[in-house]
Design a protein around this ligand. Structure first.
Ligand SMILES: Nc1nc2c(ncn2[C@@H]2O[C@H](COP(=O)(O)OP(=O)(O)OP(=O)(O)O)[C@@H](O)[C@H]2O)c(=O)[nH]1
Ligand SMILES: [Mg+2]
Length: 300
C-alpha cells in the first residue's frame, strides 16, 4: 500500500468529478450497495469475537475527527450521546495523551485508542518513532506525547515486552472529507505515507474514515441516509482511494455525532458499517498473531 498507488476503480474517477455546478448532487442509485438493517449490523458486530480484545488505533491530522469518531462509536453503542473523548479545534493537537476507550454492546470486544494528531510541520504532532512503538504495543495508556522527542525506553509508560494483547490490531486513518484534495493534503502527504508504510511493514490492516460529510454535502447534512447517494461523498471516497492507495471498500464516510442532539439511525448505521469492517480486520490480525505465536515465530 502506498500513496502513489490508486485502485482500478479509483483511476476511472475523472468522469465522475463533481466540478460541474449544474451536475446532480445525488446519484440515481446508491454507489455503494448495502443489504442490512441497523439491528443486523449490531448483531453481526457483537458476533465477531476476536481471541483477545481488538486494539484499534485512530490516526490522522489534527482536527480530523479522531476523538469525535470514538465518541460516535460509543454513542452508537449506548444509544445516547456519549462525550468521553475530548474534542475541539486547536492549531496543535487537542488530544495529547494516549487514551483507551471501551464499553459494552458493540464495543465489548474492542479497545479504541486515541492518539495525538499528525501535524504538517516536522517537529509537531505524533512522531513516527512513537508510532512504531504504539503499533508494537510498547506504549502504555496515559502516556503524554512529546512532539519533540520520542518516548524513552526507560519511561514508566514504556512496556519492554509487549504481548499480542498489547499490540495494535487495526489502524484507522481519519480524515476530514473536505480535506481530500491534493493541494490541501500536500503538507501532510509524506508523514501520512510514512505512517502507512510503518503499519504496512508490520502487516497491520488499515481502514480510512472520512468525517464531516455533513459539511461536504447539504443533502447528507439534512439526511444521513443520502450518504451513499451523494456525488460529493462518492468523489471524496474515490479521491481518497487514489491519494492513499486504499481500496474504496475500506473507506467509510461518516457523519460524527457532533451537531446532532438526538440519535440518528442513518448516521449510526454508517458508524456501524465502519466498525464492522474494523472488527473483522482486527480479528483476522489477532488470529494471525496467535497462529505465529503457536508456531514460535516472533515478529519484531
Ligand atoms: N460537522 C462535523 N464536525 C465534526 C465531525 N467530526 C468532528 N467534528 C468537529 O471537528 C473538530 C475536531 O474534532 P476532534 O474529534 O477533536 O478531532 P481530532 O482528530 O481528535 O483532533 P486532535 O485531537 O486535535 O488531533 C471538533 O470541533 C468536532 O466537533 C463531523 O463529522 N461533522
Ligand atoms: Mg483528538
Amino acid at each position: 500500500m502506498g500513496i502513489a498507488q490508486g485502485t482500478q476503480a479509483a483511476s476511472s474517477s475523472s468522469s465522475r468529478t463533481p466540478n460541474n455546478l449544474s451536475a446532480p448532487t445525488l446519484t440515481k442509485s446508491p454507489w455503494r450497495k448495502t443489504q442490512f438493517t441497523y439491528q443486523n449490523l449490531v448483531d453481526e458486530i457483537i458476533s465477531i469475537k476476536p481471541q483477545c480484545p481488538a486494539n484499534v488505533l485512530l490516526l490522522g491530522p489534527t482536527g480530523a475527527g479522531k476523538s469525535s469518531f470514538i465518541n460516535s462509536i460509543l454513542t452508537t453503542a449506548k444509544g445516547r450521546r456519549v462525550n468521553k473523548a475530548y474534542t475541539g479545534n486547536k492549531e496543535t493537537s487537542f488530544t495529547t495523551t494516549y487514551e483507551r476507550y471501551m464499553d459494552e454492546g458493540i464495543v465489548q470486544h474492542c479497545c479504541l485508542w486515541d492518539s495525538m494528531g499528525i501535524e504538517h510541520v516536522l517537529e509537531g504532532g505524533l512522531l513516527l518513532d512513537d508510532l512504531v512503538y504504539l503499533l508494537k504495543g510498547h506504549i502504555k495508556r496515559g502516556y503524554k506525547f512529546n512532539p519533540r522527542s520520542k518516548i524513552s525506553e526507560t519511561d514508566p509508560f514504556f512496556r519492554t515486552k509487549p504481548r499480542i494483547e498489547d499490540q495494535i490490531h487495526c489502524v484507522v486513518f481519519v480524515l476530514d472529507a473536505g480535506m481530500v484534495d491534493e493541494a490541501i493534503m500536500k503538507p501532510y502527504m509524506s508523514k501520512i505515507a510514512s505512517l502507512q508504510e510503518r503499519a504496512h511493514s508490520l502487516n497491520i490492516p488499515c481502514n480510512l474514515i472520512l468525517t464531516k460529510i455533513d459539511e461536504l454535502c447539504q443533502e447528507v447534512r439534512e439526511d444521513a441516509e443520502k450518504t451513499f447517494w451523494s456525488v460529493k461523498v462518492h468523489y471524496a471516497v474515490i479521491s481518497a482511494a487514489n491519494m492513499f492507495g486504499i481500496p474504496e471498500g475500506n473507506i467509510h464516510p461518516v457523519r460524527n455525532y457532533e451537531v446532532d442532539i438526538e440519535i440518528d439511525d442513518a448516521a449510526s448505521t454508517h458508524i456501524l458499517i465502519a466498525l464492522r469492517q474494523i472488527m473483522y480486520f482486527a480479528s483476522d490480525k489477532i488470529e494471525e498473531l496467535k497462529k505465529n505465536e503457536e508456531r514460535g515465530c516472533i515478529v519484531s
